[in-house]
Design a protein around this ligand. Structure first.
Ligand SMILES: NC(=O)c1ccc[n+]([C@@H]2O[C@H](COP(=O)([O-])OP(=O)(O)OC[C@H]3O[C@@H](n4cnc5c(N)ncnc54)[C@H](O)[C@@H]3O)[C@@H](O)[C@H]2O)c1
Ligand SMILES: O=C(O)C[C@H](O)C(=O)O
Length: 327
């Protein structure tokens, strides 16, 4: 029998490359394959790690019932032609650390990873996850020179998911009805927006006292540190992987969902030349459009404070990368 009948020439399958096969990267690979969104290439510097995880995930696929290919590799050539590249490579913080303490280690990792990944996939949309998030997204943009709409950072979906969870837990209602919005930087200064957070359209300001809302806002701002304090050896990864999956899906399926995203600002919210969390429509071109919400003077001031702290981080990262001739 002619075996070519069983192996027709392969056609283009959507491909997502995940750089960094640690907790977040490997969980994301699982989420993407099990949602049947795309084939996945998982890359790490540790030999055997991405290969082992990919093989394990492929074998899970035979039970989960998807035919997605998951490749593990240490070679960027295997990521060629990716539609989306996600960077999760780098160190995670441990108790007592701030995300900004990771700048020295992660700036170098992200700069090298972004450059190599985009060299092999020049048409990809790039999503940065490594912390400190808004600083690392700026670094990736600087080294790749991608058009700004094709590069973004994931944090707002995760921070909003945390706020949504805490609201649902407090009111004892289904989280499916809760929609929340968190803007700004991925750090203690982030800007949760109770005015734009609702239970099936009803603003939470109608459902809770201002003291309760303030308590939930504070818990959201420290949501990452709360998990780091419990896990001790690193940070969260299930909710981050779900959040990245949602962004990847909106891009690959051109769903144009309105998601809080660290995006390049060129005058929006009175800010320029910075990546910061703002509401964006994500579609096949990446950041299709940024929504400028009406903010109160306090909310605007909080956003400016976020921008200042991100700028300090960018200056620190730039100095490190220049000293290493990476910029
Ligand atoms: N933006 C967010 O909301 C968010 C959420 C969770 C985690 N994070 C961040 O994501 C990063 C990864 O977290 P994790 O829990 O998966 O950490 P992890 O330690 O489990 O995994 C990191 C992986 O990166 C790999 N790596 C290191 N240098 C590399 C390089 N040059 N090229 C390729 N791979 C390299 C390591 O070998 C490791 O496997 C951390 O910086 C963490 O703070 C961000
Ligand atoms: O808190 C961390 O260090 C990881 C991540 O940014 C998170 O918010 O869970």
């Amino acid at each position: 029998m002619d075996s070519s009948l069983f192996f027709p020439p392969s056609c283009h399958s959507t491909r997502v490359s995940v750089i960094g096969a640690g907790k977040v990267g490997s969980t994301l690979a699982q989420r993407i394959a099990e949602a049947n969104l795309a084939n996945v290439v998982l890359l790490d510097v540790v030999e055997g790690l991405p290969q082992g995880i990919a093989l394990d995930l492929m074998q899970a696929g035979s039970v989960e019932g998807h035919d997605r290919e998951i490749i593990g590799t240490n070679d960027y050539a295997d990521t060629a032609g990716s539609d989306v590249v996600v960077i999760t490579a780098g160190r995670a913080r441990t108790p007592g650390m701030d995300r900004s303490d990771l700048i020295t280690t992660n700036a170098k990792i992200v700069a090298t990873a972004a450059k190599q990944a985009i060299a092999h996939s020049p048409n990809a949309t790039l999503i940065v996850v490594t912390n400190p998030l808004d600083v690392m997204t700026y670094i990736a943009w600087q080294v790749t020179q991608l058009p700004s709409y094709r590069i973004m950072g994931m944090a707002g979906v995760l921070d909003s998911a945390r706020f949504q969870t805490f609201i649902a837990m407090e009111l004892n209602v289904s989280v499916a009805d809760v929609h929340a919005m968190v803007l700004g930087s991925h750090g203690d200064l982030m800007v949760p927006l109770p005015r734009y957070s609702t239970v099936n359209g009803v603003p939470i300001t109608e459902l809770m006292s201002s003291e309760t809302i303030e308590r939930l806002v504070k818990r959201t701002r420290h949501g990452g540190a709360e998990i780091v304090g419990l896990l001790k050896t690193g940070g969260s990864y299930y909710a981050p992987a779900s959040s990245i999956r949602m962004m990847v899906e909106s891009i690959l399926l051109n769903r144009c969902r309105l998601l809080p995203t660290s995006a390049y600002l060129q005058g929006e919210y009175g800010l320029e030349d910075i990546f910061l969390g703002v509401p964006c429509w994500l579609g096949c071109r990446g950041v299709e459009r940024i929504l400028e919400l009406n903010l109160t003077p306090d909310e605007r001031d909080n956003l400016s404070e976020c921008a200042e702290s991100v700028r300090r981080g960018i200056r620190e990262a730039d100095d490190i990368l220049k000293s290493l001739s990476l910029l």
